[in-house]
Design a protein around this ligand. Structure first.
Ligand SMILES: NC(=O)c1ccc[n+]([C@@H]2O[C@H](COP(=O)([O-])OP(=O)(O)OC[C@H]3O[C@@H](n4cnc5c(N)ncnc54)[C@H](OP(=O)(O)O)[C@@H]3O)[C@@H](O)[C@H]2O)c1
Length: 260
């Protein structure tokens, strides 16, 4: 039983929907004070209002993680409302598909700006407040796509998600003397609004490719993030936890078929 999250000041980026909202709900349910960030403020406020009933203290702020001024405002909002920052969950991400022959430079820049540069900017904006606490936790939502697997149409996305792991490994070393850990969760296919938008055909095919025979829930990812954010995980840094129902394990289609 992890008990150390109560009363902690937490920022979750990309928290109006999907995995980020799940992380916010699970953390708030254990008494954390959670600031939900997303570009669309009314959606973030609606998510905060929904989560508030789980416990904790939950509110929203509008922030585009690809813009430094937004990240600074987000960090300042957490300081003003909660007196500081203990935990930053860099979760905001986008996954528009484009195959290599069709991908424009703008497509590439958009994905890298939000997913990779956005991670760096959020971390940098929150660092002074994390340092001031004398200890801190940074949990990044990466993906199996990029670090472990590939998928047609997501070369830019995979590069951004693999890039996040390169980022955390050096950030973990730089921030270790400040007692700040930097880790990542690597979700497989998780049933979120963003994945639902990929359509029932995609979801059915993905389900058949996962040994657990289901897509993950947002809570599946949130509990891994909760562990990495806890006091108990204080000696773990620069590491990853795959949350995928065994999706990366089969060496071929035959392995799945032979499951019976
Ligand atoms: N779902 C999966 O199967 C899966 C698998 C592996 C990894 N992931 C990763 O998990 C994270 C969340 O995915 P999801 O499926 O939960 O996505 P989602 O359902 O599409 O939700 C994305 C969230 O991010 C916010 N967001 C998007 N761009 C943003 C920006 N520039 N600045 C701030 N917030 C932004 C969105 O709100 P606004 O649009 O209002 O900003 C929303 O709150 C992403 O990093 C994704 O790469 C997801």
């Amino acid at each position: 039983m992890l008990t150390s999250i109560e009363g902690r000041s937490v920022i979750v980026t990309g928290a109006s929907k999907g995995i980020g909202k799940g992380i916010a709900r699970v953390f708030a349910g254990r008494g954390a004070r959670v600031l939900l960030a997303a570009r669309n403020l009314s959606q973030a406020e609606a998510a905060a209002a929904e989560i508030q009933s789980s416990g904790g203290l939950v509110s929203a702020v509008a922030a585009d993680v690809s813009r430094m001024e937004d990240n600074i405002r987000m960090a300042q909002t957490a300081i003003d409302r909660h007196g500081g920052i203990d935990i930053l969950c860099c979760n905001a991400g986008i996954f528009p598909a484009a195959k290599l022959f069709d991908m424009s430079e703008a497509d590439w820049d958009q994905v890298l700006d939000v997913n990779l540069k956005g991670t760096f900017l959020s971390v940098q904006a929150c660092l002074p407040a994390l340092k001031a606490r004398g200890k801190g936790r940074i949990v990044v939502t990466s993906s199996i796509t990029g670090p472990i697997t590939g998928y047609p149409g997501w070369s830019h996305y995979g590069a951004s998600k693999a890039g996040q792991l390169g980022f955390i490994r050096t950030a973990a070393i730089e921030l270790a003397p400040l007692n700040i850990t930097v880790n990542a969760v690597l979700p497989g296919n998780i049933l979120t609004e963003g994945v639902e938008a990929l359509g029932p055909d995609y979801i059915a095919k993905m389900t058949s490719a996962i040994p657990a025979r289901r897509l993950g829930s947002v809570e599946d990812v949130a509990y891994a993030a909760l562990f990495l954010a806890s006091d108990e995980a204080g000696f773990i840094s620069g590491q990853t936890i795959v949350v995928d129902g065994g999706q990366v394990l089969p060496e071929s289609h035959m392995a799945l078929e032979d499951m019976g």
